[in-house]
Structures are given as C-alpha cells and as structure tokens.
Design a protein around this ligand. Structure first.
Ligand code: WT7
Length: 655
C-alpha cells in the first residue's frame, strides 16, 4: 500500500518538475553568441542558405559551387569545394595569431598534466602525418586507432585527416575481438595504439589486446605504438614501430591534402539491431561545417573559455565535440584520461577547479553517479568558473537535471540537453543557451538549419503529444552511408515513411511551446551508461559460448546506467546452470564485446517465451526483469513458460 502511495507522490512531483522553466540570466544573455532566436525560423525556411553562410567560417582551398545535391536518400554537400579538416583545426588558428593559445590541456589519471598549444599540436600532427606517409598510408586508406585518452589520440586523428586518410577509432574499452571485427570491416592498413592507459588505477593493456586482434586481421601492415607508461609488451620487428622513434625521423611540415567536401573523413562503428556493428561514414565538408557551427551556437564558445567534454574519443561525442568542432572553433579543450572516481569521487571537480573549466559537457549516467555519491564531493571544490553545462547520450531525468543545475551549476549555468546520434554527426535538438528557457528533462528545439518533427506511423504530424522523431530535410553532418552496405543504409534510416525522411529510431513528444522531449529508443537497441548496445550483439556473444542454446537480452531500468542488461539463457543439454556458468557467460560477453556490454544478470530457463510464430516476447521478458505485472499472455505458444520464468526470476532475486 505504502508503495503505491510513494509512487503516486513521485509521479506527481515529476509532473510538477516538468513545469519548471529556467531562462538564461541577463548577464549570460547579454554576452551570448546567439541572442535572438529568430535565426532559427529563418534557417528552417532556407536551410541551404543558412549552411552556405555557416560554411564561410571555415577555410576552403577551393570554394564550393553547390550547397546541396539531394537525391534521396543520398545527400552531397558543398560540391566542388575543397578543404582539409586538420588545416581548419590547426593552421588556420596559427595564421590568425593564436599559436600560443592552449589547444589541449591534458590530465593523466595518475595526476600528470600536459598543455599543448595550437603550435605544439600543429607540430606533432605534421610530424606524425609524415610518419604515416612513410609507412605507406595514402589518401583514402583506412587507419585504425585504439588508444587511451591521451593527446596522441587526437594527434593521430588529425594526422590522418591531414593526409586524407580515413580514421576508424575503436573505443579503448572494447575487446580484442571487437577491435578485430572493426579493423576487418574497414580493411585498415595501419593500427595506432599505445602500450596502455590508466583507468581507475589499473592499466588498460591496449597493445597486448591489439596483438590478439591482429592475429586475425591480414589487412594490417604496420602497428604504431605510443609509449604512455612503461608497460610490458611484445614487439614484432618490421611490423611494430614506436611512435616517438618515427617522429624523430619525420619531416616537420606536411602539406595538408586538399580534400573534396565529400571525401570520407572517418568511419565510426555503432550498434544497430543486428549483431554486426555498422560502420557509419562521415565526409569532410558537411561534417566540419556542422560540428563547427553547432559548437559555436550551442556551447556559446568565447575566446577565453576552457571547455571540457568528458566523453571518450572512441565515441562520436569525442570525435565531434572534443576534436573537430572545438578545435575548428579554436577552443581550449580539457582532456582527461581516467575515471571520475579516481583517486577520489571529486576528481572531475578537482579538474574543473584546477583548470578553471567554464563549459562542461557530460552524460546523464555520470550525473546520476555523482548524485548518488553525494553533494559533499562537488561542494569541496570551487566550481565558480563554470558558466554553461551540457548533457548528452540519453534522456536526462528531471531529478538528475535539477541536481546538476544546483550542485554543479550553482543555479547560474544554463544546461544544454543535446539530442543527436553517431549518424547525425552533430547536435540536432537542444536549446540555444543565450535565448531559450530550459525545462528539466526536455531537450528543446531543432538547432538552426535542422528541420525535425514528430510523426505517427502513418506520417501524420503530431503537433503536441508523443510519436516518432523524424528529420525532414538533409543536414550537412549527416551520415553518408554504412561502410560497405548501401542497402542497409536505406533500409535502416530511410524506409520508415517516404524514403526522404530520416528515422532515428527514437520516440519523442512535443509540448505546447514546441519543445521536444526524447523518450528513448523504439528498436531493440539498449542505452547502457549512455552507450548504444544492440540486444542482438549481446545475444550473438552469448550463443557463441559452447554451453548456450538460446539467449534473449533485454534492458531494464537501472538507477545509474539508465538501462542494465538482463540476459535470459537456455543452456544446451548436458550443461547445468550454476553461478560459475553465470560468471563464465558474463566474462564471455566481455571478451567478445567489452566490459560495457557485461550483463548485469543472467536468468537461466529451460525455454523462452515465444509467440506462436516463434518470436521471442521481449516485452514480457522486460516486464519480468523489471518485476512488473504481466500483461495478456494468451498469444504465447506455451503460457506456462512465462509463469515459470517469472517465479524463477523472483527466486533468484531473493537469493
Ligand atoms: C542515441 C544515439 C550522440 C552522442 C552520444 C550517443 C540517445 C543521445 C540524447 C539526449 C535523449 C539521447 C538517443 C539516440 N540520446 N542524446 N540528449 N536525450 N536521448 O550517440 O551512441 O549514436 O546514440 O542516444 O536514443 O538515438 P549514439
């Protein structure tokens, strides 16, 4: 009884919270880069004109003669134009008198600090670009990057961009097998890695893992190893090269390769509903214009800001808002190697205090963890330099939003809740911090130049209320395809309605004031700690284990991670369920994918609930996982399965 009442109370308070509105302070407004929201209406009416103007902020070796060629679902932006991403992130600022400005302020987890000015970064990128050329890397070749969060990761990306090579960054937390599959998918020629990196006081043995991966990647010709620590490793002469040795012999200047606007800048893999990760393709001109422009509009960057995005460069957030957007905008960026709770739970706030961070961009899963750790951790640090906060990766619940606002932002910083995806390349829906009032848990409006709306399944527009998010016009940083799979590109993103409307697979609702609130994925993709993980990917990893006959994976609500993975597993004849099998299976998933995909729980069952047509009833498994009341189960082939499963789950829960 008490339980129901509690729930009612919290639902009511949630409703009340959503009514709250936080306008920017007069001071913030007065100094903001964008002070007038009318720019949005104009840009939505004429997006091409808006983006053509925005593109003038970058340096083009050859001006473009056409803004957009739209042959649905294929878009080409800035045709005829030539530019170089590394030139725009480095040379341009050096020529403009900014060579002594800090580009990267790097904090290692053990506590060391390195500051690279724009000149320093320029010099290293040039040297390394020449070293890559020396290894035979040419324009269009793919280069895999498997690195900890150290400056050389950024240098490697920009060095690839400088010579027109395509980088394929693989998150350092992914397993050797995940690395192998991505290298093979992209057919990368060179792998750049490090002896290791630090995470929560432990060493991530990257080169060691990479050695396993490249046993099965015949395409890799050379491996470059950055010496981060003095971590033990094996070296294969002829194939493996120390990064610092290569730089010693390299020429200091590497002319930036003029790239066509539609030349590929990078491939980044992301999870989809099938087992195989998709290599999302981004090209140079549109991506650079999109990330540069949104960095300025959304983060309100000023000359003396210290900007910190806590993402890893292995995700799109790191690509767009640690590297390309902020560096193209000439920002000073903080980069931190390790965990937020190392050596203590105030590490982030110590970094903010030490470097005077003014713009801070992180994920709801981190905010929820801070909230749980307690108010005293941020309270013991001076956070008064902060002036703008951001959130990305998943919906931010109003409680976490309010905590962020009060305990990190000191009630004075606007919060930009930014909705976007690996595929969109750039921020798509948020508030403009100097213009709009914010509402906890609500992202806001499409950014200038982006047209988005909400449709129902029949493409009827939903003015207020819930439905499916849709992007109705191409935007410059949009994905250009899935590497090696044009059919899947069409099918996955452009087939929901009319082949001209992009479907991101997110649910959304629109309020009276037009603001969009994101409601989460509508497909079988989980959001665990802000990272997309396909249920199929985890299922494939489980079924790959010799003891497993069948597996079904669902996401259930989790206090900090947003969603946690629960796997329902049927073992093969002759295998007995036990806690050691459970531990083995979890480790197996870690080995196949990486620690982010480790199931929170494994429930063993003799069979899985299926519809008469043989489809696993995930909705039901989710309801069981969350301990909710079961709905109508009469369409099940064998209704007793569910009863058994549900009881079993509860028994395990109690144990
Ligand atoms: C999915 C994209 C884009 C960088 C990190 C994730 C969810 C992202 C928000 C937000 C609600 C969000 C969506 C989206 N998402 N930002 N502000 N509010 N949901 O990139 O791995 O490509 O995942 O993350 O579901 O589709 P990603």
């Amino acid at each position: 009884m008490g339980d129901t009442e509690d729930r009612l109370d919290s639902e009511i308070s949630t409703l009340l919270t959503e009514e709250r509105s936080f306008p920017p302070s007069e001071e913030f407004q007065r100094l903001a880069f964008v002070r007038n929201g009318d720019i949005r209406e104009r840009s939505w009416a004429e997006p091409e004109q808006f983006w053509a103007n925005a593109a003038q902020g970058l340096h083009w070796f050859k001006p473009f003669d056409r803004v957009l060629e739209w042959d649905p679902p294929n878009a080409k932006w800035f045709l005829g134009g030539q530019l170089n991403a590394s030139y725009n992130c480095l040379d341009r600022h050096i020529k403009a008198g900014q060579r002594n400005k800090a580009a990267l302020i790097w904090e290692g987890e053990p506590g060391e600090c390195r500051v690279l000015t724009y000149w320093d970064l320029y010099r290293e990128v040039n040297l390394f670009a020449n070293a890559l050329k020396g290894l035979g890397v040419a324009k269009g070749d793919r280069v895999a990057i498997y690195m900890p969060m150290i400056p050389e990761a950024v240098i490697a990306m920009l060095a690839c961009a400088r010579i027109g090579a395509v980088h394929v960054v693989v998150f350092g937390g992914f397993s050797a097998e995940a690395l192998r599959d991505r290298i093979n998918d992209a057919q990368a020629k060179v792998l750049i890695t490090a002896d290791g990196g630090y995470r929560r006081g432990q060493i991530l043995p990257l080169k060691h893992d990479a050695d396993y991966a490249i046993k099965e990647t015949p395409c890799i010709e050379h491996v470059v190893v950055v010496q981060r620590g003095n971590f033990p490793l094996r070296f294969k002469e002829g194939r493996d090269h120390w990064y610092h040795r290569l730089l010693e012999d390299a020429d200091p200047y590497c002319p930036p390769e003029p790239c066509d606007a539609e030349d590929i800048l990078f491939i980044l893999h992301t999870s989809g509903t099938t087992g195989k990760p998709k290599g999302i393709v981004h090209t140079t001109g549109g991506y650079m214009v999109g990330t540069y422009t949104t960095t300025k509009y959304v983060f309100d960057l000023r000359h003396d800001d210290v900007y910190w995005c806590t993402a890893d460069i292995g995700w799109i957030t790191g690509h767009s808002y640690i590297v390309y957007g902020p560096l193209a905008a000439g920002a000073t960026c903080v980069m931190y190697e390790g965990a937020p709770n190392w050596p203590d739970r105030d590490r982030f706030w110590q970094v903010v205090e030490k470097h005077g961070v003014s713009i801070f961009y992180t994920a709801p899963t981190a905010i929820r963890a801070f909230m749980k750790w307690g108010d005293e951790w941020p309270a013991r640090r001076d956070l008064s330099t902060l002036r703008l906060l951001g959130s990305v990766g998943e919906p931010i619940n109003p409680e976490a939003w309010m905590w962020y606002h009060e305990h990190i932002g000191g009630k004075r910083c606007p919060i930009v809740d930014t909705w976007w995806q690996t595929e969109t390349g750039m921020i798509m829906i948020t508030t403009l911090p100097g213009v709009d009032a914010t509402t906890p848990g609500t992202a806001g409006l499409p950014v200038p130049g982006v047209r988005a709306t909400i449709f129902n399944a029949d493409r009827k527009e939903i003015k207020t209320g819930g439905g499916l998010l849709a992007v109705t016009h191409p935007w410059p940083a949009m994905l250009r395809g899935i590497w090696g799979d044009p059919e899947r590109y069409k099918e996955q993103y452009w087939s929901k309605w009319d082949q001209e409307t992009y479907f991101p697979s997110d649910g959304a609702k629109r309020s009276e004031n037009g603001y969009f609130t994101l409601l989460g994925r509508v497909d079988d993709v989980l959001s665990v700690a802000g990272h997309r993980i396909g249920t199929m990917e985890v299922e494939s990893a489980l079924v790959d284990h010799s003891a497993v006959a069948e597996a079904a994976v669902v996401g259930i609500a989790h206090e900090i991670k947003g969603q946690a993975i629960v796997a329902f597993v049927t073992l093969k004849e002759g295998s007995e369920a036990s806690s050691s099998v459970e531990a083995n299976l979890k480790e197996h998933v870690v080995k196949k994918i990486g620690a982010i995909a480790r199931p929170e729980r494994i429930v063993f069952s003799a069979d899985l609930p299926k519809t008469r047509s043989g489809k696993i009833m995930r909705r039901l498994l989710r309801a069981i996982g969350e301990g909710k009341i079961l709905g109508d189960t009469t369409t099940l082939a064998d209704p007793t399965t569910v009863e058994g499963l549900r009881r079993k789950y509860e028994e395990q829960e109690e144990a």
